[in-house]
Design a protein around this ligand. Structure first.
Ligand SMILES: [Zn+2]
Length: 608
């Protein structure tokens, strides 16, 4: 569920997460006799972005072919195209510092800033160290990708196999066994990680940042310190809802697993249906409320109607059309990959593309006819409509307002897949009474509310690692201290500093910043609330659908069309009238659930 492409900008791309290690810096040219002018700066960014656009398009094409036809050759071709785009990005980022301190037209200043902030990993200028960092970054991601747990000599499980067990098994011992087996793959990454932190920080400091974490936090149109405070504020707003959910789920899991789940302490991390306990929807059957069944099953409906994959995507398209967006171009249908091919290896992980940065929109998915994929299609198309909406901006502004926005837009639309919407599609004869909403809300909370502390803590951890507040001697202990603090979970068996559990998560092993997912989970509810208001919905937020409302569509489009040409609070204001991110929307959305949880939790321990 990622946007794809080798974009320098907000680095949403997930396929080349370690990519911002560039070639060694070109040696300084002879010092200019006079300081550069504003005209030179504008000329420099204009040329840089035209050059980068070409390289991004080339890299995107190569990536597309590789992802839909994995062979040794396509992998090499994609790596080569990406290397070119990346080196150019690094080179321009470093050259952009030449204009520091100069008074510039606003647009030029913003473009220069975006160029400089494009890096997720900055290589030191010493070519030997740069090469070492490149090698380490690739080795860490490679070790994760090749990770397998082999319970017996002739039976090995990859992450996909293990995830299947994590999501479906109710055998506590088996769950602990595969949990520990997967986490063991991260141990060998520890040594590389220590060195990666040193080298990445060296590169970041050369660019003028305090450390790599500060570099990541600088991408949000405020100081790194202000941004960290904003996240604390948002978490404080939403934390009471999480604590109520945690208490309820702990109680229900204790009913299922007995003393393996403590009455008052943290929940064992292996019992929540997910390797990282980052979303808990897989344990829904264990915690489902009695008598709150919504009375329909979207997967069953789609299957019984004989829906195939093209019509699945057409439903998503028609939602956007109902808001006033142009239909998808014909090439979308010709070029997208919607179904898993039978004759070759592909990357099935869903993603959305705009190959030419204008109108060559595509999605790549291996669609199953399920309610989950029905929602995922809306999510991916959200990326596509965003990409098209900002395609008239200069290349450096063709991205989302901040990286949380891109992930939030499609999910905002998916929040409009309400019972009333399904009635309009003719899927169900009438919407169930809102008294049946607790089941729907609880299922959604297990997915979205449970995610929040995890989405936050990954980078809380890495910021402290990069700043040196957490030292290598404490890498694992500090990880669990933060998981306890934010998530209220604990490992099901003893851990030591021999372990390196953070790297059992892809984004840590692969140097992908994670805060955007936390932001997206906050923003999608804020967008949904604002658009529902625009659409005149006065009912409970979880029953508001903006389907068919042109005014909501116009507001959405106004924001999307801005790309990242302005600081994100400007974009947020266009859509919501607010300049601050606001987690009260997610509280509003789940208000009926909060009330219900509080009733369930009465007389039971809350907190950990
Ligand atoms: Zn996505």
């Amino acid at each position: 569920m990622r946007l794809s492409g080798v974009r320098a900008l907000c680095a949403l791309c997930c396929f080349f997460p370690a990519v911002w290690v560039g070639a060694a810096e070109v040696p300084n040219q002879t010092a200019p006799a006079r300081p550069p002018t504003a005209e030179e700066a504008t000329k420099f960014v204009d040329e840089a972005e035209q050059d980068l656009l070409k390289l991004w398009i080339d890299a995107g094409r190569a990536d597309w072919v590789k992802s839909t036809f994995i062979t040794d050759d396509t992998e090499i071709l994609a790596a080569q195209a990406n290397e070119k785009a990346i080196s150019a990005g690094v080179r321009y980022a470093k050259q952009a510092t030449r204009f520091d301190g100069l008074k510039l037209p606003a647009e030029t200043a913003r473009k220069l800033k975006l160029l400089k902030l494009s890096l997720t990993l900055a290589a030191p200028s010493d070519p030997v160290l740069a090469a070492e960092l490149t090698r380490i970054a690739a080795a860490m991601e490679g070790a994760y990708g090749k990770g397998k747990y082999c319970p017996t000599k002739d039976r090995c499980l990859d992450l996909e196999d293990i995830s299947r067990i994590m999501s479906t098994s109710r055998d506590a011992q088996e769950l602990l066994d595969v949990w520990a087996g997967w986490h063991a793959i991260a141990r060998p990454i520890r040594k590389d990680f220590v060195r990666y932190v040193e080298l990445a920080n060296k590169g970041a400091r050369e660019l003028g940042f305090a450390d790599t974490g500060a570099m990541w936090r600088s991408k949000y149109d405020m100081t790194p310190e202000e941004f960290a405070k904003e996240l604390d504020r948002l978490w404080d707003q939403v934390r009471p809802l999480y604590v109520s959910l945690h208490a309820y789920v702990r109680w229900k899991l204790r009913e299922k697993y007995g003393d393996a789940v403590p009455a008052t302490g943290p929940i064992p991390a292996h019992l929540l249906g997910n390797m990282w306990a980052q979303s808990w929807d897989n344990v829904y059957p264990l915690v489902a409320p009695k008598g709150a069944d919504p009375g329909y099953d979207l997967t069953q409906i789609l299957k019984s109607r004989g829906t195939t994959y093209v019509p699945m995507v057409r439903y998503g398209e028609s939602f956007f059309s109902s808001l006033g967006f142009e239909p998808l171009p014909k090439t979308f249908w010709d070029r997208s990959m919607l179904v898993k091919p039978r004759d070759r290896d592909v990357v099935c992980h869903a993603s959305a593309w705009n190959i030419d940065y204008v109108d060559d929109l595509r999605i790549k998915m291996c669609i199953d006819i399920t309610g989950e994929d029905f929602a995922t299609i809306h999510h991916e198309l959200g990326h596509n409509y965003y990409q098209r909406a900002y395609n008239k901006q200069p290349p450096l502004f063709r991205d989302s307002a901040n990286d949380g926005f891109h992930e939030a837009v499609g999910d905002t639309i998916a929040l409009s897949i309400t019972p009333e919407y399904l009635v309009r599609l003719g899927f169900i004869p009438s919407a169930p009474d809102t008294s049946k909403d607790i089941g729907l809300l609880l299922a959604k909370a297990l997915e979205k509310v449970a995610f929040l502390p995890f989405g936050l803590m990954i980078d809380q951890y890495r910021w402290k690692v990069f700043s040196g507040e957490i030292t290598p001697a404490d890498y694992n202990r500090a990880w669990w201290a933060l998981r306890l603090k934010y998530q209220g979970v604990a490992p099901g068996l003893a851990r030591s500093e021999e372990d390196f559990d953070p790297a059992a998560k892809y984004h840590v092993a692969a140097n992908v910043p994670y805060t955007r997912y936390f932001l997206a989970h906050i923003l999608q509810f804020q967008f949904h609330r604002a658009l529902s208001n625009t659409a005149g919905c006065t009912g409970p937020l979880n029953r508001c659908s903006i389907y068919g409302n042109k005014e909501a569509g116009r507001r959405l489009n106004d924001m999307l069309a801005m790309g990242c040409s302005k600081p994100w609070p400007d974009a947020l204001e266009v859509l919501t009238g607010q300049r601050q991110m606001d987690a009260t929307a997610i509280r509003d959305y789940f208000a009926p659930l909060q009330k219900w949880l509080d009733e369930q939790n009465k007389g039971k321990p809350v907190g950990w």
